[in-house]
Design a protein around this ligand. Structure first.
Ligand code: ATP
Length: 364
C-alpha cells in the first residue's frame, strides 16, 4: 500500500514566489526517497509540507491512507499527529543529558513504561553501535557519534516516516562516507520510510530507492537513481546526475534507420544504436555520453588531443579536445599521457543518449 501521496501540491509564499509547483508523487511504504536539486529548488519546502511544518497553497497530501492536508476542505493535521520523526543538520542533543537519557527522554514524555523504555533504548544503542557511550554526555562524543545518538533519539518512538534534511552536511568527507553506509543499513534494519533532502547527487545516488529531482520548484524526474543516471528525461537531469558530468556535444544526424543512426560530430562519424524503435530525430541534436562510456583505443576511431589528466589513484579523469569540444573520459587506474598527445577514442554506441537541442528533452 502506498504510504505518502502528494497530489497537485503547490507552495506560493506571501511574496508571490512559487517554491513548489504542482508536485505529484507517490512515496511507497519503506522507500528511501531523496529530494534532490540545486539550492533553492524547493526540496526543504516539499519536506516541510509533507511533515506539516509548512502549509501548501493547494493540493492534497495523504499519509498511510489518512488525508493530512487538503486545501479545498481545509484539513490540516498538525505535525505531532502525523507520526513522523525529524533529523536535522544540527543534532540538537540535550547537552546536560547522557546519551541514554537523550534517547529515553522523548519516550518518557510519551508515557512509555519504564521496562519498555529500557528495552527500546537498548535496542537502539545496539543498532547504532553506541552502547559503549551510553553514560557519556554529547560533548564527550565525536560529530559522527553525536549524529548516531540523534538518529537513535529520532527513531525511538518508531515513527512511520523519518525526515532528514541534509543530516550529513556538518561532517567531514570521510565521516560522511561512513554515515552513508550507516544510514543505508539503518533503513534496512528499521523498516521505516525515509525522506531525505540533499543537494549532493552522490548522496542521492548511493542512498535512495528513488530520487525526486527538482528544478525551480518543478519535478523533473522521479525514479530509481540508476534509471535517472542511465535514462535522464532531459539535459538538466543528465548533467545534474554524475560526477564527472556527462559529455554533452553538438552533433548532426546524417542518416537514421529503425534502431540506428549515423551522427556527425564535427569531422567525425559516430554510430548510435538504440534498443528500441527510434522516433524521427531532428537534424541538429545534443549527444550525451557518460565519461565511463568513452574508451581510449589503439584503433583509428575518433582522434582527440589530451587536454589534461586528473588522476585520483583509483581512476583517472582524462580531458580531451576533439573538434573544439572538450570531452571527459574516465579510465580505471592510472594512465600516463602527455599534454597535447594525440589519442584515439571510441564511444560505446549503445550508451549514447540523444537530446532535443530546442528544449533539452531526451529523444532516445
Ligand atoms: P537549499 O538546498 O538551499 O536548502 P531548497 O531546495 O531546500 O534549497 P527551499 O528552502 O525549499 O529550497 O526554498 C525554495 C525557494 O523558496 C527558495 O528560492 C527560497 O528562497 C524560497 N523561500 C523559502 N522560504 C520562503 C519564504 N518564507 N518566503 C519567500 N520565499 C521563500
Amino acid at each position: 500500500m502506498p504510504k505518502i501521496i502528494l497530489e497537485n501540491v503547490s507552495k506560493k509564499f506571501a511574496n508571490g514566489f512559487v517554491a513548489v509547483d504542482n508536485l505529484n508523487m507517490v512515496i511507497e511504504d519503506r522507500a528511501f526517497v531523496t529530494l534532490l536539486g540545486p539550492s533553492g529548488c524547493g526540496k526543504t519546502t516539499t519536506l516541510r509540507m509533507i511533515a506539516g511544518l509548512e502549509t501548501p497553497t493547494s493540493g492534497t497530501i495523504t499519509i498511510d491512507g489518512q488525508v493530512v492536508f487538503d486545501a479545498e476542505s481545509g484539513i490540516n493535521v498538525t505535525p505531532d499527529k502525523r507520526d513522523i520523526g525529524f533529523l536535522f543538520q544540527n543534532y540538537a542533543l540535550w547537552p546536560h543529558m547522557t546519551v541514554y537519557r537523550n534517547i529515553a527522554f522523548g519516550l518518557e514524555n510519551l508515557h512509555w513504561s519504564k521496562p519498555d523504555i529500557e528495552k527500546r533504548v537498548a535496542e537502539l544503542l545496539d543498532i547504532l553501535q553506541i552502547s559503549e557511550f551510553k553514560e557519556r554526555y554529547p560533548s564527550e562524543l565525536s560529530g559522527g557519534q553525536q549524529q548516531r545518538v540523534a538518529i537513535a533519539r529520532t527513531l525511538a518512538p518508531r515513527p512511520k516516516v523519518l525526515f532528514m534534511d541534509e543530516p550529513l552536511s556538518n561532517l567531514d568527507a570521510k565521516l560522511r562516507g561512513e554515515m552513508r553506509t550507516e544510514l543505508k543499513r539503518l533503513h534496512i534494519d528499521t523498516n521505516s520510510t525515509f525522506i531525505y533532502v540533499t543537494h549532493d547527487q552522490l548522496e542521492a545516488m548511493t542512498l535512495s530507492s528513488k530520487v525526486c529531482l527538482m528544478k525551480q520548484g518543478v519535478l523533473q524526474q522521479y525514479a530509481p537513481p540508476l534509471e535517472i543516471y542511465n535514462h535522464p528525461c532531459n539535459i538538466f537531469v543528465a548533467d545534474f546526475m554524475g560526477n564527472p558530468a556527462i559529455n554533452l556535444l553538438h552533433a548532426t544526424v546524417m542518416r537514421q534507420e529503425e534502431q540506428t543512426a549515423e551522427l556527425n560530430l564535427g569531422e567525425h562519424k559516430v554510430k548510435f544504436l538504440s534498443d528500441t524503435k527510434l522516433p524521427k530525430i531532428p537534424a541538429d541534436i545534443i549527444l550525451g555520453i557518460r565519461p565511463e562510456h568513452i574508451k581510449l583505443t589503439s584503433e583509428p576511431k575518433l582522434t582527440a588531443r589530451i587536454y589534461a589528466t586528473l588522476p585520483t589513484g583509483m581512476e583517472t579523469t582524462v580531458k580531451l579536445k576533439a573538434d573544439e569540444q572538450i570531452i571527459t573520459a574516465v579510465v580505471f587506474g592510472s594512465v600516463d599521457f602527455q599534454v597535447d598527445e594525440t589519442v584515439n577514442i571510441d564511444f560505446a554506441e549503445n550508451k549514447i543518449l540523444l537530446f532535443e537541442q530546442s528544449n533539452g528533452k531526451l529523444i532516445a
